[in-house]
Design a protein around this ligand. Structure first.
Ligand SMILES: NC(=O)C1=CN([C@@H]2O[C@H](COP(=O)(O)OP(=O)(O)OC[C@H]3O[C@@H](n4cnc5c(N)ncnc54)[C@H](O)[C@@H]3O)[C@@H](O)[C@H]2O)C=CC1
Ligand SMILES: O=C(O)C(=O)COP(=O)(O)O
Length: 630
């Protein structure tokens, strides 16, 4: 209850993102030649006092002596600080209006600039306890009111003793002097506020570290703008995902752990326990066994195209939405395939190795142009279709085979069967997904059906080709070469050894699953997937999720959004709406989509609703997950 709680809030680097005196020095020293040096001295003095290394009085006296500021500078400072109110403070205006009489700004800064800033969030001057400047006749700052208790050492403690507040006292601040109020027994708890600056020494003393005001309000179960503080969302990124993803999640306020390798099942099962968002690439297997341990998982990002490494159904049944990047690395795969086709038709792998060994093999034997050759693409999806366009432009005659009806682009010829494609083409390139049905799609029989002297590319998934059969086909001379980027068993890290039956074979290109490994692709993937996940967390929007019904949702406006994920069974929407009806809830908007496993219902309701509704929705039979957004 507000009447029993008092909130002591620091100003510099807590209420605002910056230190007031430092910002004032920036303004006052504008265009002055010694600006940098003086600013550095002022910052050092501030930091020393904040860390508790020198007395506050000493720091203040020294800082003001360095500061040639006047009232005009102060006016500019106020405008600047009003724009630099901490993000999470600005995000929670109702906290300030609702508790304005119980919030005290206690600062060693100066009322001259604090009051006009805190008034912006509805606080009044009478609840601001801070120092005041003294001025000369021209309005230059000459010093500070030395009788003010806050200008003395231990000033905040003495002030709080004088205030003699009744009820609980909670201190929120970033400095050591804020902690001292708790240490003196004058506050129940000290919350180290780290949104703008995180000081080890202060955090170490805190009862609770609060990376934003949202966390403080969440802990106290008070009225707030965000239902769940973002700093509580833990993200685990594996397999060297591009640094942009970490940056994007960090800017959103999430906690990130980033590893360069994949983890095995047992390691991942252990690590995933408190993770809300998992980011992986093609190596990490996300099995049902791992998912059993994932108590807080909301979303998974496959920072690649393939999702065969993820048990998508088990994820859906756990209410975990999975996102991938279906286009971002397609061009990179296509470019590598084109390069390999040229290399293999010119017999380059063999010739290059000979040069390395000191053998000069100038000859046109076994070397061909790609122009006019027949390229057969298995799997005419995003990669296959793009390859067909580029290859056709380079003069290849393109054929494709797909199990799904696909629009042929350009002059491409569609084959009715895999056999037709294999027996027609000089080059076969695989671009199918890695589902179980595609295991050994090209085995002995299919490889034998290929034209004599043809070449094979596999840049899709390792299991799709039987490598022992491929070895035989190469040895028999039926196949003249192969480019293989993916393998049934791939090392988890760059330190692990790689072995394959194809090692040492002539005219074979072996690459370490790098079809999509270009700077451009990795950067695009990081941005695409990270933003999709953030949108899902913030709005519930599941557009382009690979295992959830896709719902594109409007921006939430002055409403609560209730997200209900359930097993897909008849009648559940009616049951949900009957709960709303029983509680007289006004529905602003409702969105429903189902897939084979699950149903996803999103209901926007007006602000006021009974908590009992949430409990009823959560306990409705068939419920998998329930989230409230506001
Ligand atoms: N080497 C690498 O670094 C990379 C590998 N990939 C792999 O390439 C695969 C394909 O990527 P996209 O073209 O973006 O996927 P996509 O989903 O757009 O296309 C796959 C196509 O294969 C077809 N298909 C599936 N099974 C088939 C079969 N048995 N016979 C004929 N057609 C079949 C599907 O109907 C679909 O049209 C990914 O699933 C991934 O495994 C993707 C990116 C990078
Ligand atoms: O995008 C895909 O499916 C790939 O195979 C690329 O995987 P990677 O991100 O390189 O582990």
């Amino acid at each position: 209850m507000a009447e029993n709680k008092n909130f002591i809030i620091d100003f510099d680097s807590t209420f605002t993102k910056v230190e007031g005196l430092e910002a004032l020095a920036e303004i006052a020293l504008h265009n002055k030649p010694n600006k940098k040096k003086i600013l550095e001295k002022i910052e050092t003095l501030t930091e020393k006092a904040m860390q508790g290394d020198i007395s506050f009085r000493e720091s203040l006296e020294k800082r003001l002596a360095l500061l040639p500021a006047n009232k005009d500078h102060l006016k500019l400072l106020i405008v600047r600080l009003q724009k630099q109110i901490s993000t999470s403070f600005n995000r929670n205006p109702t906290f300030f209006t609702q508790y304005k009489n119980s919030i005290y700004i206690v600062s060693s800064g100066f009322k001259d600039f604090i009051i006009p800033v805190v008034e912006r969030l509805g606080l009044s001057a009478k609840n601001v306890y801070a120092n005041t400047f003294t001025y000369d006749k021209e309005g230059n700052i000459t010093g500070f009111d030395e009788d003010n208790i806050l200008s003395t050492n231990n000033g905040k403690v003495k002030l709080l003793q004088q205030l003699d507040l009744q009820g609980d006292v909670y201190v929120v601040g970033d400095g050591y002097t804020d902690y001292e109020m708790k240490a003196a027994g004058l506050a129940n708890k000290f919350y180290a506020f780290t949104e703008n600056v995180a000081r080890e020494k202060v955090m170490h003393k805190a009862d609770h570290i609060t990376p934003s005001l949202d966390e403080f309000l969440y802990v106290h179960q008070m009225n707030r703008t965000l239902s769940y503080p973002k700093n509580r969302i833990k993200v685990l990124l594996l397999e060297n995902i591009h640094a942009d993803a970490k940056k994007i999640f960090e800017e959103e306020g999430y906690q990130i752990e980033s590893l360069s390798t994949a983890l095995d099942e047992a390691e991942l099962a252990e690590k995933i326990k408190d993770v809300s968002i998992l980011g992986i690439r093609s190596k990490s297997l996300l099995t049902e066994k791992v998912l059993k341990q994932a108590k807080r998982l909301i979303g998974v990002g496959a920072f690649c195209i393939g999702t065969n490494q993820i048990d998508l159904e088990a994820c859906a049944k756990k209410g975990v939405s999975v996102f991938n990047a279906p286009f971002s690395n397609t061009r990179s795969v296509v470019e590598l395939a084109i390069g390999e086709i040229i290399f293999l038709l010119r017999n380059l792998p063999t010739k290059m190795q000979a040069m390395q060994d000191g053998n000069w093999q100038k000859s046109a034997q076994n070397s061909y142009e790609i122009r006019g050759k027949k390229l057969g693409i298995i799997g005419y999806g995003n990669i296959g279709a793009q390859l067909s366009v580029l290859a056709e432009n380079m003069g290849l005659d393109v054929y494709y085979y797909d199990i799904v009806d696909k629009l042929p682009l350009g002059n491409v010829t569609k084959c009715k069967s895999l056999k037709q494609l294999l027996t027609t083409c000089d080059i076969i390139s695989l671009h199918v997904e890695g589902k179980t049905e595609n295991k050994n799609l090209l085995g002995e029989e299919e490889l034998n059906a290929m034209k004599k002297g043809s070449i094979l590319l596999n840049l899709s998934r390792g299991e799709v080709v039987d490598l022992n059969a491929l070895k035989k086909a190469l040895e028999s001379g039926n196949l003249a070469g192969a480019g293989i980027d993916v393998f049934p068993e791939e090392p988890k890290t760059n330190q692990e050894k790689f072995t394959s039956v194809l090692q040492g074979m002539p005219n074979v290109i072996l690459t370490p699953h790098i079809g999509g490994s270009t700077i451009e692709a990795q950067e695009n993937i990081a941005n695409f997937v990270a933003n999709k996940i953030i949108k899902y967390v913030n709005t519930g929007s599941s557009t382009s999720s690979v295992n959830f019904p896709n719902l594109q949702l409007p921006q939430l406006q002055d409403a609560h959004r209730l997200l209900h994920i359930h097993y897909n069974r008849p009648g559940i929407l009616a049951e949900i709406n009957s709960i709303f009806g029983q509680h007289n809830i006004n529905i602003d908007g409702q969105y429903l989509k189902t897939n084979q496993q699950i149903g996803y219902v999103i209901t926007d309701v007006n602000k006021a609703y009974d908590e009992a509704v949430v409990n009823k929705l959560k306990s409705l039979e068939g419920t998998i997950k329930f989230r409230v957004l506001y």
